[in-house]
Design a protein. Structure first.
Length: 380
């Protein structure tokens, strides 16, 4: 990667965010190289693929960002499908959030954006829902995409076809900075164990939960999630069910993704745990008792990249030349479209770059200075 080519950009991280940004930059004529350590650990492969700003009950600037991204998704997906020749599995199926009482429903942060349901409405939308759920919200505008089996593959193919270069198995160990502090390269270790420096004056850090290992100033930490999938009868479930602590995401072919634990205290400890799996089974039985009889297919875990306010870090970093696309916590799949569009506009040559960069200000990496972390999130 030429350090002097003004259109050359290095993307650190080959997960969903890295690929989405690489795709946007390549479409805008940039020369892009993606450094990817281990594909399988990318949050894009372990997420459930929900597009759920309303079902997640997001608020404030994060809700606005999520709603804008949701609006961009159909065209974003169409571009990926056109560039790759592969389907992404976008499914605008709506999401139902069940509640024990109507009062709980009416107090939900995004209730004004949903269609209120009584027990009768819930039974119509979700046959078999456990009787303790008496009220619900239907968010028709929310949906899902098959991130694990389709979107990631399509994005990789789209990037390759647009000339993006990939270096797989490459671990970025450090940043090489000039006397004035600006980025001038990255130090990496290849899959073969060789160490060398790659020159780069501009790069995007999209290292997910591992971002702070490269830049310790970044307030990003892992929140482990365990998941499983079941094979349901086709059409057994039409909508995503988003219960408290457990959700069911039905793919077109009957595969149902069940998620997810939220374990900030686990740090980077890998693997499934009996307690985590029991929690998923209990959540499943509590929502849809018949699902307990559907055969299990796969179990897996991953690490969400979280920040103190659970919103992403986007835009310039403390290192001039290094940009951020990380910290998307539970909403990476939803926010990939807007992250790609905004980073693409801010970094590619063009007159819109300053305005695009300014639009990222609410998600600046240093917005937490002088603030305590939100009480809902515990640092590991
Ligand atoms: N987006 C849902 C989750 O992170 O579990």
């Amino acid at each position: 990667m030429g350090g002097d080519d003004p259109a050359a950009i290095l993307v650190l991280g080959g997960g969903l965010m890295g690929l989405a940004v690489a795709h946007a930059l390549a479409r805008r004529g940039c020369t892009v190289q993606v450094l990817s350590r281990r594909r399988s650990e990318a949050a894009g492969f372990v997420a459930a693929g929900m597009l759920a700003p309303h079902a997640e009950g997001l608020q404030g600037p994060l809700l606005t960002l999520g709603q804008r991204s949701l609006a961009l998704v159909p065209e974003w997906v169409a571009r990926i499908e056109a560039d790759s020749g592969l389907p992404c599995g976008l499914r605008p199926c709506g999401i139902v959030v069940p509640f024990a009482t109507a009062a709980d429903r009416d107090g939900f942060a995004t209730a004004p954006f949903g269609e209120p349901l009584d027990r009768h409405g819930l039974e119509r939308e979700l046959p078999g829902l456990a009787p303790r759920w008496t009220a619900g919200l239907l968010f028709r505008q929310d949906g899902q995409i098959d991130n694990r089996r389709q979107l990631m593959r399509a994005l990789e193919r789209a990037c390759s076809r647009l000339g993006v270069k990939f270096l797989e198995g490459a671990e970025v160990e450090g940043l090489d900075r000039a006397g004035d502090g600006a980025l001038q390269g990255v130090r990496l270790r290849t899959a073969e164990g060789d160490r060398h420096t790659l020159a780069a004056r501009r790069a995007v850090l999209a290292c997910g939960a591992w971002s702070a290992r490269l830049l310790p100033e970044l307030p990003v930490f892992p929140v482990k999630g365990q998941m499983l999938s079941l094979q349901a009868p086709r059409q057994a479930l039409r909508r995503v069910v988003f219960g408290p602590g457990t959700y069911l995401v039905p793919r077109e072919d009957g595969l149902v993704v069940v998620g997810a634990t939220s374990e900030p205290e686990a740090g980077f400890s890998e693997g499934l745990t009996p307690a985590g799996q029991r929690q998923l089974q209990a959540g499943l039985a509590d929502l849809l008792p018949e699902a307990a009889g559907w055969p299990p297919m796969e179990r897996w875990w991953g690490f969400r990249p979280c920040t103190p306010d659970e919103a992403p870090l986007l835009g310039e970093s403390p290192v001039p030349g290094l940009w951020l696309a990380t910290g998307h916590h539970r909403n990476g799949v939803l926010l990939a479209a807007i992250t790609a569009e905004r980073l693409g506009a801010a970094l590619a040559p063009g007159t819109g770059a300053p305005a695009a960069a300014a639009a990222l200000a609410p998600f600046a990496w240093n917005r937490f200075r002088g603030q305590e972390p939100q009480p809902s999130v515990r640092q590991p």
